[in-house]
Design a protein. Sequence first.
Length: 298
Amino acid sequence: MRDDVPGDLKKRVLELELEVAEREKDLATYRSELARVNKRLEHLIGSLNKEIEMAHVIQQRLVPTELPHIQGFEVSTKYSPSSVRGGDYYDLFEHQDPNRFSLILASSSGYAMSALLLSVLLKLTGQMEARRGAEPSQVLSDMAEELLPSTQIGDQTDIFYGVVDRRTYDLKYSLAGELYIFHQDDSSGKISVFEPTTEALRSGNKLIMKTQVQRLNPRDRLILCSRGAVEAQNLDGESFGVDRLLRTIKESPRNGVHKLRNEIHYQIEKHGSGKELQRDVTVLVLEVKDRIITLARK
């Protein structure tokens, strides 16, 4: 420092140099702490990704690959998993009462939520036979009671549960949230959309479950689609949408449930133009083949 610099200024310069040295020391400490936190965060993200991947694997393995043969009905399903965001689950199962069988389709906000739903279903497995005689609204209420206490903010599950009585060919169902369930009347060709009977299963929701009834006639179809079918996007970010889905169902050939199922998936893939699915896509098609059924006595 120059000798002709006033004393007060020299003092101030020295003070500033000391402050800079202290700041550099603080900055070095901050950088060290930031590096340590980043390392912990990378480890946490890695562990979380492994947990999500494991939930993904569990969820995919628990999705049924083969459904039971239901006399008088033809069923076709296809499940396309997303590596981005998934959580679909579906099943079709018979009751001890040979006159009844059930359908379930669920679409969760993520694989972790789907794994939670599956854990609830597994927990209730031992009680399900008794519950199968209950109204669908009661079954969903029981599921919600088990599921919601462990649900995180932002998580949700949209779920459809229906029971078909083969004596009356009535479908009793309850639909929580936004799934795309259609009834296609064979005689008129009319396609009816099932409206939600309550909100999706999510933390904080106070759900009032209701049961609705749909009569099924020969050659009628039920088409169940998860949210991923409607939300699938193309390269421009445009969703496939309900209108395209309805048009696909209406214009598809009437000679086989497999053709309808395949056509829905084909149109979704065509619309996407190679873009990765953002959610799982599940399509289940059920058609009434015969209303005259002889059931074995038990």
